[in-house]
Design a protein around this ligand. Structure first.
Ligand code: GLU
Length: 609
């Protein structure tokens, strides 16, 4: 969510800052800004809308300097206006960019107004620059002023601050929102995500919670939450930023949908071998930990939550362990019961999702046996803070609507089912079945993508609709939920998902010819039940689109369009059936002309509560 870039160098840094912002654009934002220090003092530029508008303004004005900070904002406090865009400035000398939310901003604002500060924005962020200025006025250095300021802040922040009196110096602080320092030669950089800095460095130092750091061209000093000077390890990143971007595809979302076979191959590589899966894919202590697990508590948000819901069906059916799944923002604010010998599992593409990370930190105080994260970013907070981690190797996911991260999460969770099943003494044939089904997946996903043209044609029928209903049963019910979420996210059509058996308990009242009903059909003992649900819709004049296994023998007619999918072992069907639903959302969005990769109001990695 939102982005921060900062640089201090001998060269002029505006282009580095703007390129960094471009690379964070995929996260979703509503406005952008930059501030630099030069002979004329502090200069800033802010624009509502895309980074391109900011870059054009920078080119026009020529504003530049050897030190600067930049930001893409995803508004939480205050409307999307130029005045509310970051950087915020106090007394023309102190400039601040901030990701996160300052929860006690109202009280701080009142206090600062009492001290004579006047506010130019409606944001919570603006209190930071005035607080720092106030501390500087007491005679503190910038570093000490920031240290004194963060003690007064409640909430979440990743923040970068500079002051005209100390040119060349950036002070940064992290609590709840990630920050990384990029090390150069005779120059240094900071960002909320290393992706932003890959054109200038591969050497990174990650700040930990509560850290404050001082960054100049030649020196980096990090202080922990006890104000003790600490060393933070330097990591060399081998992350690739695909600068060519979309390749032959029109959007990242379409590219990422089509990357699923290769993402799956990468995720599974070296992790399945014949009849067995490699338990150490979860970490060296996984085998020992799994032996003691009798219950799994899964916590996630959005699409990852749907992956968790599928895993619940799988775990209870195939691994013989009980499982609960809950949305992170609910879990973290209620008292919950901890079953003995429970494994706490978080699922997150970025590993920085604020609510999920907070839930993980809470769980550590509650007596869970161990924690595991299923995550796509090796350097993320969740990976670092969990006992075990399964890294999905989906590659960078740029489209805001998650696609390949979801299907690779499901593969990781299915491996967890096999691993816990083995540890629990379930019959080895289950692990063998999972292992072979997973091995077949990359090719099956490729085959599933062959129906792209058929789905593109189908999308025409949705473009003028305002509502839609998705139905599934069993482990396909969460896939129906994911399909509905995808359609909402990128096409802005209202979509609801129901377990098909729930139809007659309410939603049947909505059925008419204007309400398309999308059905994800399982090919198991629930099929006959689902067929009855389909008849219920048909009897009320509903129009249905059924995604079904060839062998399920659904037939197209006036009221029902059947889209046949390649036959797979039902255990991996939820993964396969996700693809046509992603494609449907994408093509409906194309017809509607929405901003597919950055849908309105949404952000990629939700690092605020
Ligand atoms: N809460 C701040 C604002 O609304 C920062 C939002 C962000 O993280 O971009 O300006």
């Amino acid at each position: 969510m939102c982005g921060i870039v900062g640089a201090t160098a001998e060269r002029r840094v505006a282009e580095i800052l703007l390129e960094g912002l471009r690379r964070l654009e995929y996260r979703g934002y509503d406005s952008a800004g930059i501030a630099v220090l030069n002979d004329q003092g502090l200069q800033e530029l802010r624009r509502v809308g895309k980074v391109q508008a900011l870059a054009a303004a920078q080119e026009e004005t020529g504003i530049n300097g050897h030190v600067g900070i930049a930001h893409t904002r995803w508004a939480t406090h205050g409307k999307v206006t130029k005045e509310n865009a970051h950087p915020h400035v106090s007394s023309d000398t102190v400039a601040v960019v901030h990701n996160g939310i300052i929860e006690n901003h109202e009280a701080l604002r009142v206090r600062l107004q009492g001290l004579g500060y006047s506010f130019q924005s409606e944001t919570d962020t603006e209190v930071i620059c005035h607080l720092v200025h106030h501390e500087l006025e007491k005679g503190h250095s910038l570093l000490d002023a920031v240290k004194a300021t963060v003690k007064q802040l409640e909430g979440a922040y990743g923040t970068v601050i500079m002051d005209q009196r100390e040119p060349g110096h950036l002070v940064i602080a992290r609590s709840g929102s990630p920050l990384v320092i990029g090390l150069g030669i005779g120059e240094n950089f900071v960002a909320s995500d290393q992706l932003a800095l890959l054109p200038v460095t591969r050497e990174f130092m990650y700040l930990e919670e509560g850290d404050v750091a001082s960054v100049t061209r030649t020196q980096i000093k990090v202080f922990d939450s006890n104000d003790k000077m600490v060393e933070r390890q330097v990591h060399t990143s081998d992350l690739q930023y695909d600068a060519g971007g979309k390749g032959e595809y029109r959007h990242f979302m379409l590219k990422e949908i089509h990357e699923q076979p290769i993402a799956m191959r990468n995720t599974l590589e070296g992790r399945i071998d014949g009849d067995r899966i490699a338990i150490d894919a979860f970490g060296p202590q996984a085998e020992d930990i799994f032996k003691n697990i009798k219950h799994v508590q899964i916590i996630a948000c959005g699409t990852s939550y749907h992956a968790g819901m599928v895993a619940r069906y799988w775990l209870e059916q195939y691994a013989g362990v009980s499982c609960n799944v809950e949305i992170a923002s609910e879990f973290r604010y209620r008292s919950s019961y901890v079953f003995p010998n429970s494994l706490f599992v978080t699922i997150s593409q970025s590993g920085e999702t604020a609510d999920t990370l907070a839930a993980l930190r809470l769980a550590k105080t509650l007596g869970y046996h161990a924690s595991l994260t299923v995550c796509n970013v090796a350097s993320s907070s969740m990976v670092r803070e969990s006992d075990l981690a399964f890294l999905t190797k989906a590659g960078a996911e740029i489209g805001v609507a998650s696609t390949k991260a979801f299907t690779t999460q499901l593969a990781g969770l299915l491996m967890l089912v096999a691993a816990l099943g083995r540890a629990n003494g379930v019959d080895a044939s289950i692990e063998a079945r999972i292992s072979h089904a997973l091995a077949s997946l990359p090719n099956k996903l490729e085959e599933a993508l062959n129906i792209t043209a058929e789905i593109e044609a189908l999308a025409e029928e949705f473009a003028d609709k305002e509502n839609s209903l998705f139905l599934g049963r069993g482990d396909q019910y969460p896939i129906a939920m994911e399909g509905a979420l995808k359609l909402k996210e990128v096409s802005y059509i209202h979509a609801e998902a129901y377990a098909a058996g729930e139809l007659k308990h309410g939603p049947l009242a909505l059925i008419d010819a204007q309400m398309p009903v999308i059905v994800v059909a399982p090919n198991n003992e629930l099929l006959e039940k689902l067929k009855s649900n389909v008849e219920e819709v048909r009897a009320r004049g509903g129009i249905m689109y059924v995604f079904a296994d060839k062998k399920a023998q659904f037939k197209s007619d006036d009221t029902m369009r059947v889209i046949n999918l390649v036959h797979v072992d039902e255990i991996i069907a939820p993964i396969l059936y996700t693809l046509p639903l992603q494609l449907l959302s994408y093509y409906v969005a194309i017809i509607k002309g929405t901003d597919v990769d950055q849908p309105r109001n949404l952000a990629k990695s939700v690092t605020v509560e």
